[in-house]
Ligand binder design. Sequence first.
Ligand SMILES: Nc1ncnc2c1ncn2[C@@H]1O[C@H](COP(=O)(O)OP(=O)(O)O)[C@@H](O)[C@H]1O
Ligand SMILES: [Mg+2]
Length: 404
Amino acid sequence: MLMVFVMPKFKIMQKLVDGLNGVSREHLTGLRVVRAYNAEEYQENKFGAANDKITKTQLFTGRMMALMSPVMMLIMNGVSLGIYWLGAALVNKEVVDLSTIMQFMMLASQIIMSFMMVMMMFVLLPRAQVAATRINAVLDTKPSITDPESDAPRTETGTVEFKNVTFAYPDSDLPVLKNISFKAEKGQTVAFIGSTGSGKSTLINLVPRFFDVTEGQVLIDGADVREIKQSTLRSIIGYVPQKGVLFTGTVKENIAFGKPDLSDEEVIAAAKVAEADEFVREMEQGYNSEISQGGKNVSGGQKQRLSIARAVAVKPEIFIFDDSFSALDYKTDKKVRENLKAASEGATKLIVAQRIGTIMDADCIVVLDSGEAVGIGTHKQLLQTCPVYREIALSQLSEEELGL
Ligand SMILES: Nc1ncnc2c1ncn2[C@@H]1O[C@H](COP(=O)(O)OP(=O)(O)O)[C@@H](O)[C@H]1O
Ligand SMILES: [Mg+2]
C-alpha cells in the first residue's frame, strides 16, 4: 500500500522542490528589479504558492512514514502476545511443552524482524528510485555536438562561409534562420545588422558550433565545422559574447583565460587593444585585482572591454563580436575598433552591431530580417538597394551624414 500511495508522491515532490528553488533563485537574482517595482508581495505570493504545494505533499508523505513504525510495532507485539496466549492454553491442555512454545516464539520474532527490515527497505526504496531516475536521466543524455574522429583538412585560412544555412532551435520547428549564404575572406570584416530577434546571435553562434545547422553547411577555412574537432575549431576563434561574462579570479587570469601561460606583457597588450588598460591600472591592485563572482565589481562597459581583451589575447584567426560594442560609449567603441584593426591585421572579423557607425566601413554587411538575409553588400550599395538597411540607417543618422 505504501508503495502504491507514497511512491508517486515522492516523484511529484522532486518537481515541486525544483519549482521552489526556481522561484527563490529568480527572486534573488532579480532582487533590485523586484524592489524597484514594489513587487515583493507578488513574488512572495509566487513563493507562497510553490511552498504550499510542497508543504502539503511533504506532510502527506511524512505522515504516512510516521505511521509506519507504530503500526509495525503494534503488529509485532500483537503477534508475540497471540503466541503466548495460544501457547499458554496449549501448555495447559498438555498438547505441547513449554520449550516448544519458546522455540516457536524465537523463530517467529526472527521472521517478524526480517519483515521489519524489508519494510525499511520499502520506505527507502521510493526515494532512492526517484533520485536514481533523475541521476540517470542526466548521465544518459548524449551531447548532440560530437567530435569527428580526426580533423578534416583545412584548405583555406581565415575564411568563414555559410552555404544555404537553415536553422531551427532543437525544441521548435520554426526556422530562426532561412537559407543564409555569404563568405568572409581572410582579413575581411563582415557585419550583421537587423532588429532584435532577427537571428543575429543565432547565426553567429553557429560558427563556434554551439549548435549544429538544420540544413546547409558552415565552413571554416574550407572545412565543415562538423568535421573539425571542437577544440581545434574553438582555438582559432576569439568569441566575445553579447553580455560580458567574467569569472572569479584576478583581472589577469580573466584576460589570459584562453591561454593561461600568457606573459604579463601580452596580457597588458591585449588590455590596451580593448581600451581596458587605463581603468585596470586605476583599480587598487591593477592586473592582480580580484573580480568578484559574475563580475559584479566592474561596470557593464568594463566587463565588455575585458571580454574583448580576453578574445584578443588568444590571437585568433577569426573574431566574433556579438553586439560587443553596445555597452561602450561612441568614442571608446571607435577607439577599440581602430586598435583592433591595427593589432589583429589579417584576422577575419564577424561583427554584430546595432549602430550603423560601428559597421559602416565593413567589407560586407548582411542585413537580417526575421531570419532572412534581405540584403548583402557594402554600406553604399545597401543604402541604394536595401529598404530595411536604409530605414535602420536613417533612424540613426541624417541624410547629410549618410551622404544621400
Ligand atoms: N535557445 C533558444 N531556443 C529557442 N528559440 C530561441 C533561442 N534563442 C533565441 N531564440 C529565438 O530565435 C530568434 C532569434 O534570436 P537571436 O538570434 O537572439 O536574435 P538577435 O540576436 O538578432 O536579437 C528569436 O525569435 C528568439 O525567440
Ligand atoms: Mg543577439
